[in-house]
Every structure is written in structure tokens, then in C-alpha cells.
Design a protein around this ligand. Structure first.
Ligand SMILES: Cc1cc2nc3c(=O)[nH]c(=O)nc-3n(C[C@H](O)[C@H](O)[C@H](O)COP(=O)(O)OP(=O)(O)OC[C@H]3O[C@@H](n4cnc5c(N)ncnc54)[C@H](O)[C@@H]3O)c2cc1C
Ligand code: FES
Ligand code: FES
Length: 484
């Protein structure tokens, strides 16, 4: 049993013990190490000013893979065995990196508050490609906000980076020692306890599923933490760290993502970047929805298990998982069971997970060639925004006749809603615009939306009624109607 977390930061080894292990990464970098290039603006993963690169050992153990993440919602207890690279690790005044140099020369910075985040995110993009083009930057920088420069000079700087001078992180910080030491401690559990403000806090980071199930059984009230993109925001807003934390980040079994026997098989800890890559060709509709899920910094760490267990009716993956009849594998030290996701949710944030259980795996049947599948997310902004309305529509056609329908709506009730009456209405009818318009009228009787900051109840009724007609236009004609 280890009593500390081991993290490398800009190539230096840090053993972190006691209360420190419960701090956010951004806090530790700024307050403890003086790496104040990492900025804090929102503290909830929305602005990217705190972006750092986190290197984790690749699945084949050969190298570290670096991804940009928001350090304000990452905690040291999640990061054992990682190498964190901050803007200071990329270059400084005397030796700016080519990305930093381009930002200076092409006026990519004014107040400078967002600049380190952009520099780190661009450097992260250059880990995966050998130049920065507009498409890569427009997708890869959606998690970075700038309030004063405007994005044109930043994109211009990115286009003009002298990539012939760019060093990959592996060149700057060779990873052999880090990988070797990780390998030696990979099978050990970590447990750290600390007390502050008259409260005791413990975190446990088991190395495998078996150890995790035993730990949960021994601490039934433990808070599970995967990517922390939901939990981290909760901790920062409430300033309350759970008293017992069970970190899932070192369990390789839970990170699997593959296609097998016409099913998507996803470990609960599979992150959105991995799932998007897997679905690019296999389920392009799901890939499309994941590509507007948060921003890269969120997708690199946020997991499918976290999205399901956070149980938000506006979670992006849930309508898809409902219409595909996804099966959740739930494990405890005593039992293993399977639950169809349509039977999992019991009310707002209530679900069928028993004390001592975790979600271990999700199995999703792939859509067949005869099926029409469309997924929708309506939000005020395309990127980095929470949905005002989501929908998944899956129809199977037998000639012109609908032989099976599965429809789910999100953000229109306390849970994602399967529109069973609408599905029954569609079954056996001809697939026409008229049928879908009629179906829309039934669908609105199945939802109970409320008005909130993202949209009024009335707007959500309109969206629900019209989305079925939109689906018809999109699947029958080549030209989609504008809006819904
Ligand atoms: C800036 C920002 C943008 C976001 N954008 C989107 C978006 O566009 N769409 C969207 O749907 N969500 C979005 N989210 C929410 C969040 O990113 C997702 O819900 C994500 O999938 C959560 O995964 P996680 O691993 O980070 O969960 P965590 O925060 O680690 O955990 C979330 C919950 O799940 C529980 N949990 C985690 N794993 C398991 C398990 N295996 N078994 C049982 N319980 C478990 C935890 O105890 C916790 O209650 C956003 C969040 C942020 C901060
Ligand atoms: S401070 Fe805004 S994302 Fe971290
Ligand atoms: S330079 Fe001021 S916020 Fe971007």
C-alpha cells in the first residue's frame, strides 16, 4: 500500500502526501510550485485558461500520451503516474517555444490571461499532427475562451508557427524513467488520509477492479471519481471535498473501448475522446454528438460511466443509449448484474445502483443498415454548451412501413424519456411527413418540460413536436429544413 501520489511536473518528480493530495492541480501548480502561468478564471472547466498537458502511459506501455485538460477540475489524487506539463515547461522569456513565439509575433495576446491556455492547447494539437490548420484549431481550441484579443490573430499565430523548430514533449522530457517507475508501482493500492477543519478525508486509488470492489464494499458511502468533470465542478462550487473518495483512474479494465460482435463494448472509464475515435466510422451519428460534447479538455478525461451515473436528464449520451437499448454491467464484490438503461433511472438523479456497486461496462448494439438513426442536441452555442434539448430517433423500415420505432428525449423531464406512445403510434404506419407530424403531436403529451435559463417549456414543446418532422426531411430528402 502506497501512502502518496507520484506526479512529475515539467520533468520533476513530486511525491504528494496528506492534505496536498486532495488539492486541485491548478491550486497546487500556482500556490505550491509558483507556476502561475496556469490561470484560473471560471474554476469549472468552461474557459481553458488553466489548460495543462497531462501525459499518461499509452495502452501498450511504450510512451506517454499528452492531452490538454482543465487543471481547475483535476485533483492530485486522480493523477498518480502522470507527467504534467505547464506553460512554463514549454519555454520561457529566454527560450520561447515556436507556439509562444508565434503568439508574440502575430499579436495573439492582449491582457494575456487566456494566452497560456491557448499556447498549451495548441502545443497539445501539435502532439498529434505536424502543423496547425484552421480545422484542427477550430475544433481543438473550442475549450479556450479569449475575452479581448479576438480569435483571428490567435488562429493566424497558430497557422504561422514555425513547426520546423517545434519539439514534441517526448523530446523535451524523455519518458523512460517515468514509465519505468510507473510500471513498478502499478499494482499497488494508494491510500491517503488527512484531516482539516475537524474533518477526516481519505482517498483510495485501487490498481484494479477487484481491489476497487473490495474498497467500495468496505466504504459504502465512498464517492467514486472518474474524470471529475462533474464532481470537480461540484467540489469547487461547494468547497467541500467528499470524506471518502474512491479514484477509478488507475484501473485499466474499466478503460477498454472496442467493437465486438456488432456491439460497442465500453469500460465505464472509457473517455469521450476514445469513444469518438471508435465511433467515427461505426456510428457516425454518435461521433457527431460527441464532437460537440464539452470541449477537448473535457472529452479527454470525462467518461461514459460518469455521464450515466451523474444522471442528468440533459446528458448528451443518454437519448442514444436509450434508443439503442444499451446494457449496463453493474458489479459489486458479491454480485454482477445487467440492467437495460431504459430500466435504470427511477426519477431525477435516482437510479438503480445498489450500495457497493459500480458501473463496470456498457454494451451498446450497433445500428443495422436497415435502420435510420439521428441524434440531436439543441444548445445556445454549438460548442462547450449544455443542451437545452436532446433527442434520439431510431426507425426500422420494412419498405415504406415503419416496423420498429425507438424515440428518446432529454431535457424535457426529470429523466430522459422514452416516448412509448409515439413509438406505438408509428409502428406499422407508412413513413410519410404526415405520419411524422401526427407523431409529433403525440410526443408532446409524453414530456413534462420546465422553463429554465436554457429555454422555456414552450420552446421545448415546439422542439419535441417538430423534431420528428425534421427527422423525416433529413432522412427522406437530401436537403434538411432549416431549424426545427
Ligand atoms: C465544461 C463542461 C462541459 C460539459 N459538457 C457536457 C456536454 O456537452 N454534455 C454532457 O452530457 N455533459 C457535459 N459535461 C458533464 C461531464 O463532462 C460529463 O457528464 C462526463 O461524462 C462525466 O464523466 P466524469 O468521468 O468526468 O465523471 P465524474 O465527475 O468523475 O463522476 C460523475 C458521477 O458519476 C459517478 N461515477 C463515475 N464513474 C462511475 C462508475 N463507474 N460507476 C458508478 N458511478 C460512477 C461519480 O461518483 C459521480 O457521481 C460537461 C462538464 C463540464 C465541466
Ligand atoms: S479556470 Fe476556466 S477552465 Fe479552468
Ligand atoms: S488576451 Fe485577454 S482574454 Fe485573451
Amino acid at each position: 500500500m502506497l501512502d502518496h501520489v507520484l506526479i512529475w511536473i515539467n520533468g520533476r518528480r513530486h511525491e504528494i502526501r496528506g492534505r496536498e493530495a486532495f488539492r486541485s492541480l491548478s491550486d497546487y501548480l500556482r500556490r505550491e510550485l509558483g507556476f502561475v502561468g496556469t490561470k484560473i478564471v471560471c474554476s469549472e472547466g468552461d474557459c481553458g485558461a488553466c489548460t495543462v498537458l497531462v501525459g499518461r502511459v499509452a495502452a501498450d506501455g511504450s510512451r506517454l500520451v499528452y492531452r490538454p485538460v482543465d487543471s481547475c477540475i483535476q485533483f492530485l489524487f486522480q493523477l498518480d503516474g502522470t507527467h504534467v506539463v505547464t506553460v512554463e515547461g514549454l519555454g520561457g522569456e529566454a527560450d520561447p517555444s515556436p507556439v509562444q513565439q508565434a503568439m508574440i509575433e502575430h499579436h495573439g495576446s492582449q491582457c494575456g490571461y487566456c494566452t497560456p491556455g491557448f499556447v498549451v492547447a495548441m502545443t497539445g494539437l501539435l502532439e498529434e499532427r505536424d502543423h496547425l490548420d484552421d480545422t484542427a484549431m477550430r475544433c481543438g481550441l473550442t475549450g479556450n475562451l479569449c475575452r479581448c484579443t479576438g480569435y483571428s490573430p490567435i488562429l493566424e499565430a497558430g497557422r504561422l508557427v514555425d513547426v520546423s523548430q517545434h519539439e514534441r514533449i517526448e523530446q523535451r522530457f524523455p519518458s523512460n524513467t517515468m514509465i519505468g517507475e510507473n510500471e513498478r508501482r502499478r499494482r499497488e493500492s494508494i491510500e491517503v488520509t488527512a484531516a482539516w477543519d475537524d474533518e477526516r478525508h481519505t482517498f483510495i486509488s485501487p490498481p484494479d477492479l477487484e481491489a476497487a470492489l473490495k474498497a467500495i464494499d468496505a466504504h459504502l458511502q465512498a464517492t467514486l471519481v472518474a474524470g471529475a468533470t462533474d464532481i470537480g465542478v461540484r467540489i469547487n462550487k461547494s468547497l467541500a471535498v467528499p470524506s471518502i473518495i474512491l479514484d477509478l483512474n488507475r484501473m485499466e479494465e474499466l478503460a477498454e473501448a472496442r467493437i465486438e460482435n456488432d456491439e460497442l463494448v465500453l469500460g465505464a472509464r472509457a473517455n469521450w475522446t476514445t469513444i469518438a475515435d471508435l465511433c467515427r466510422d461505426a456510428i457516425p451519428e454518435f461521433h457527431k454528438i460527441i464532437s460537440v460534447f464539452g470541449a477537448p479538455q473535457i472529452r479527454h478525461v470525462g467518461t461514459i460511466g460518469g455521464n450515466i451515473a451523474n444522471a442528468s436528464p440533459i446528458a448528451d449520451s443518454l437519448p442514444f443509449l436509450h434508443v439503442m437499448e444499451a446494457v449496463l454491467e453493474l458489479r459489486s464484490v458479491h454480485d454482477a448484474r445487467e440492467v437495460n438503461i431504459n430500466d435504470f433511472y427511477k426519477g431525477y438523479k435516482k437510479f438503480d445502483l445498489r450500495p457497493g456497486e459500480l458501473i463496470s461496462r456498457i454494451r451498446v448494439p450497433l445500428p443495422t443498415e436497415e435502420e435510420l438513426l439521428k441524434l440531436y442536441k439543441v444548445s445556445r452555442r454549438r460548442d462547450l454548451d449544455i443542451a437545452c434539448f436532446t433527442a434520439a430517433i431510431r426507425l426500422r423500415l420494412d419498405g415504406e412501413t415503419i416496423s420498429r420505432a425507438a424515440i428518446a428525449f432529454g431535457a424535457v423531464g426529470p429523466t430522459v424519456i422514452r416516448a412509448r406512445k409515439t413509438e406505438a403510434f408509428l409502428q406499422g404506419r407508412e413513413f410519410t411527413e404526415q405520419t411524422m407530424r401526427e407523431a409529433g403531436k403525440i410526443a408532446v403529451t409524453e414530456i413534462t418540460p420546465i422553463s429554465d435559463v436554457r429555454g422555456s417549456a414552450e420552446y421545448r414543446y415546439h422542439l419535441t413536436r417538430n423534431i420528428l418532422t425534421k427527422f423525416w426531411y433529413e432522412t427522406v430528402t437530401t436537403t434538411a429544413i432549416a431549424g426545427v
